[in-house]
Design a protein around this ligand. Structure first.
Ligand code: SAH
Length: 213
């Protein structure tokens, strides 16, 4: 086996051993090459189950966390999904394999440009990436079947709750940015919202307003 094939096998093994069991999620993560989303000095570590630095002081999430969040989101091929926090674009690319359409936004223009290049390389045509402040959601395209927030909020932002369909699910890390946060699954019911705490996670903060670049 080539070193590359072995690294990729270990990558899938790590996902399974951390609890990513959903067959469609595993297939999507096998198909989307994380190496395309990690550049520069860290590229040789793309298949390790580790978060890694990307531009603008941000991070590409740990693959097993991407897998667990995607699994919790329970995406269906008919779904329209919104992701807040494009970052490298890796999570959006994984979602693109499971959903009809993915909208993803980041407050850093530079990250959106780089992510778009990766989407083009992989010919992922059902992702629309914008630079905008995700705390406001994306009212033009609302409502969404699923919303995934990949930055830590002190509370789930109310515009995002409002842009969720009835029966829709949002997965969001909630807590102070300098501490461990709780990953919360919010389901919109006819009469309100139900909240389930899934596990502890650590994400960079959700910051209101646009980034400097
Ligand atoms: N999902 C990404 C990792 C996200 S890191 C991946 O797969 O690589 C968190 C991202 O959230 C950062 O890129 C940061 O710029 C972005 N972010 C933080 N606050 C934001 C906001 N208000 N609106 C949009 N993006 C935001």
């Amino acid at each position: 086996m080539t070193p590359d094939a072995e690294a990729k096998m270990q990558f899938l093994f790590a996902l399974r051993s951390k609890g990513v069991m959903d067959k469609r999620v595993l297939e999507a993560m096998e198909k989307i090459d994380r190496g395309v989303f990690v550049t520069g000095v860290f590229s040789e570590r793309a298949y390790e189950d580790m978060p890694l630095p990307i531009a603008c002081g941000q991070t590409i999430s740990q693959p097993s966390v991407v897998g667990l969040m995607t699994q919790a989101l329970d995406v269906d091929p008919r779904h329209k999904v919104l992701e807040i926090g494009t970052g490298s674009g890796y999570q959006a690319a994984v979602l693109s394999q499971l959903a009809r359409r993915v909208y993803t936004v980041d407050r850093h223009k530079r990250l959106v440009t780089q992510a778009q290049e990766a989407f083009d390389t992989l010919q992922l045509t059902n992702i629309t990436a914008f630079s905008s402040d995700g705390t406001r959601g994306l009212s033009d395209q609302a409502p969404f079947d699923r919303i995934l927030v990949t930055a830590a909020a002190e509370d789930p932002p109310s515009p995002l709750l409002n842009q969720l369909k009835i029966g829709g699910i949002m997965v969001v890390p909630v807590g102070q940015s300098d501490a461990v946060q709780a990953l919360i699954k919010v389901t919109r019911l006819e009469t309100g919202f139900s909240y389930d705490e899934l596990r502890q996670v650590r994400f960079v903060p959700l910051i209101e307003g646009m980034g400097p670049e």
